[in-house]
Design a protein around this ligand. Structure first.
Ligand SMILES: *Cc1c(COP(=O)(O)O)cnc(C)c1O
Length: 472
């Protein structure tokens, strides 16, 4: 596969370059495949649907063609995915896609584990250790740390803002040993990010160490997220005739979104032939994209803190990829958008539990509420001319191309549940009066000793620490 650049379409790079450099240092643009080949129709039409790993292998194949042989790619897929996504029906036309069955209980495991193995594969033909530096505000650090843990040739240093992430998140980050470690920085997430960025541009440091990032803009984190869209869409298409007597229903996927990597992966799956009619982008008060859909003006802004903190992003980096792939009109026909403030998020957790008996986390709750509103009349009201003010929570006033399918009750919904509710126990407790049971993998981490290394918010000290402690 040839990869090009969102800022310069004359750029041509191979998979290895796109993965190992993350973004194009010459333009600041993001790598994007020049095409999205359709998955073989015999796989798409198979009933029962192929296994998750079979789908993953066949979807990954064209993007690594000529650079990773099939046997090696299959090994990467098997090693990355000892777990699968789970499709859980909550009523006759709504399915929660649980993406939290990986080791760190959030969907980022799907991208990070594939990326780690592909990087390790390409790194085999290089000399010496590749050092990954990653700043995190929560879920990314643990997914990346866990994905790279014990992967040969790679070494990870995570920076997080001390006291500014949840207890469970901190435990998940600070209990690694061996080739992964965490620095607790006396500062904010932005300070952590600045330390990392300064290190990347430090010529002296780069001479001594091979440095890379595991940022979410890396194409090798985005591509594998498309696997579960395909998998769930095929599974739901196959079971809908039994659950709701809908043959070939219009499948609408609702995606809790922050940086919009996950939604971009959904668009890729659709390009590759996933039977998905359209999407709903669901955000918290960081509603930069819903505003863009409503007004046509894109205005990045500083982020605000919410209960769905993994989506506290005011300048979503994958906007650039979506813009490179589609016009605004195409975007408006592909996805509706919806947002909730904090009060709405808490009420959504309560309502989802009382209506469906399902305990949902604050991120998935926005997706659930968006689908619940849309199927119970929000789109019909819009079609009849009753417009919601886009500055208020709820559905953004644009009618996607698939609106009539929902209104005529020929649609089913897949709602992405991006994290296990136990990661946000206190918010869930406030909403439903009890804490969700903590899964075993999280319980285990809670009893491990804290290994985080204290670090001042000071570049000179950070650099000295790297020079004294990183392996050559
Ligand atoms: C990262 C994250 C998101 C946002 O995903 P994007 O790809 O950044 O849009 C949503 N929910 C959870 C739990 C996350 O960790």
């Amino acid at each position: 596969m040839i990869y090009t650049d969102t800022r310069d379409s004359s750029v041509k790079a191979d998979f290895r370059t796109a993965v190992m450099s993350g973004m194009n240092p010459a333009t600041g643009g993001l790598y994007i495949p020049v095409s999205f080949p359709k998955l073989d129709s015999s796989l798409i039409h198979k009933n029962p649907e192929p296994s998750f790993r079979e789908i993953a292998f066949n979807m990954a194949k064209p993007y690594a063609e000529g650079e990773i042989p099939d046997d090696d790619l299959m090994e990467i897929i098997q090693d990355a995915y000892p777990f699968t996504p789970k499709v859980v029906p909550v009523d006759s036309i709504s399915y929660v896609l649980e993406l939290f069955h990986g080791p760190t209980c959030a969907f980022k495991d799907f991208g990070a584990r594939f990326m780690a193995r592909v990087m390790s594969y390409f790194n085999k033909s290089e000399n010496g250790t590749l050092h990954i530096l990653v700043a995190t505000s929560g879920d990314t650090g643990s997914a990346v740390g866990s994905a790279f843990h014990n992967v040969p040739g790679l070494d990870v240093t995570i920076l997080y803002p001390e006291g500014k992430i949840s207890k469970i998140q901190e435990k998940q980050l600070s209990t690694f040993t061996g080739n992964v470690r965490a620095l607790k920085v006396k500062g904010t997430f932005d300070d952590c990010q600045k330390l990392v960025k300064t290190a990347f541009t430090d010529a002296e440091l780069r001479k001594e160490f091979r440095l890379s990032s595991a940022n979410s803009i890396n194409i090798s984190r985005l591509l594998p997220q498309s696997f579960y869209y395909m998998y769930s869409a095929l599974a739901v298409r196959n079971r809908a005739p039994l659950d709701s007597k809908l043959e070939n229903p219009a499948i609408i996927v609702t995606v809790p979104s922050g940086n919009f990597g996950n939604l971009t992966s959904g668009l890729i799956a659709r390009e590759m032939g996933a039977p998905i009619e359209g999407f709903v982008a669901a955000t918290n008060s960081n509603n930069t994209i819903p505003d863009w859909i409503a007004t046509g003006d894109y205005n990045a802004r500083p982020s605000v803190e919410t209960y769905a903190n993994a989506m506290d992003v005011g300048a979503p980096s994958n906007y650039e990829r979506i813009k490179a792939m589609y016009t605004l009109e195409q975007v408006r026909s592909l996805f509706a958008s919806y947002w909730l403030d904090n009060e709405g998020i808490k009420k959504a957790i309560t309502d989802c539990n009382s209506k469906n008996g399902y305990v949902i986390d604050p991120h998935g709750a926005i997706a659930w509420k968006a689908w619940d509103d849309i199927r119970s009349g929000a789109l019909a009201a819009l079609a009849n001319g009753t417009k919601n003010d886009y500055k208020k929570p709820g559905l953004t006033p644009n009618l996607p191309a698939w609106a009539d399918k929902v209104i005529s009750k020929n649609a089913v919904g897949i709602l992405l549940e991006t994290a296990h509710p136990a990661k946000f126990g206190s918010t869930v407790y406030d909403a439903i009066g009890r804490e969700p049971p903590v899964p075993e993998s999280l319980q285990k981490v809670m009893s491990l000793p804290d290994m985080a290394i204290p670090m001042e918010n000071d570049y000179a000290q950070f650099k000295e620490w790297l020079k004294a402690n990183l392996a050559k």
